[in-house]
Design a protein around this ligand. Structure first.
Ligand code: NAI
Length: 215
């Protein structure tokens, strides 16, 4: 891969390519033309070519794309050619729901532990994984080679807990608390706001209603 900046927009589209190619693989499809992939994904063939050219193309004129190869290469770009150990901080509704979802494990994100301040949750297990006390957190990160922490605690506690995670040596935080975390540059934060997606849905419904009214 070339050592140059790839735009956030392209990176943002890679998981979707990865998902579609994974489905094609499951269906036993060995190769696909850029026009068929474009129809399936509802993206123009030229967009696909442009995106994949960022990483050296992977396609062959007249052959199309080798699904397995492209899937593997995009997986490598996304860091999915190895496993990542993760923990969840905040074992409430959302934390437990994420812990119960096995799909992350299939992509190589291995849940090693859950942490919570609520003493009533201590020792409760989710899919066999115990909920632990926060005072064990830093040592746990170090001893279990934890790379990513999922933050599902109240917004008011997020900054403080993120500080402890940074001291423990965490590399990345998947932040669900609705607050922007200000952390050292070497710690990567990816924030998720499910409501953003819901608001987009609401917008699209509202604008299509307006279109119908105007016609
Ligand atoms: P919840 O109240 O069920 O769970 C929060 C858990 O965090 C509780 O078990 C609590 O004991 C624990 N906790 C509180 N302070 C803590 C600390 N300092 N250290 C460790 N654990 C601590 O709440 P729920 O519904 O699971 O939501 C969790 C958070 O996620 C909230 O901040 C909520 O606003 C946010 N959220 C974000 C969404 C998103 O799309 N980003 C969607 C839904 C919720």
């Amino acid at each position: 891969m070339e050592d140059r900046e790839i735009s956030r927009a392209v990176i943002g589209r890679l998981p979707r390519y990865y998902r579609y190619l994974g489905e094609l693989l499951d269906e036993g499809v060995e190769r696909i033309s850029s026009s068929d992939l474009s129809k399936k994904m509802r993206v123009t063939a030229s967009q696909i070519r442009q995106d994949l050219n960022n990483f050296g193309g992977f396609g062959q004129q007249g052959y199309g794309y080798n699904v397995k190869y492209l899937y593997t290469e995009i997986g490598k770009i996304l860091g999915l050619d190895r496993t990542h150990n993760i923990i969840i901080i905040g074992a409430g509704n959302l934390g437990q729901a994420l812990a119960n979802y096995v799909g992350f494990e299939k992509s190589g994100f291995i849940l090693k532990g859950l942490f919570d301040v609520n003493p009533r949750l201590e020792g409760v297990t989710i899919r066999g994984i115990p909920i632990r006390r926060m005072d064990e957190l830093k040592a746990f990160i170090r001893h279990n080679d934890i790379e990513i922490a999922v933050l599902t605690i109240p917004k008011s506690k997020a900054e403080e807990v993120a500080g402890v995670l940074v001291e423990g040596g965490i590399q990345g935080i998947w932040n669900f608390a609705h607050t922007d975390l200000v952390l050292p540059d070497n710690v990567i934060v990816e924030s998720v706001h499910l409501s953003d997606s819901l608001l987009e849905l609401s917008y699209n419904i509202s604008s299509s209603e307006k279109d119908t009214e105007n016609n």
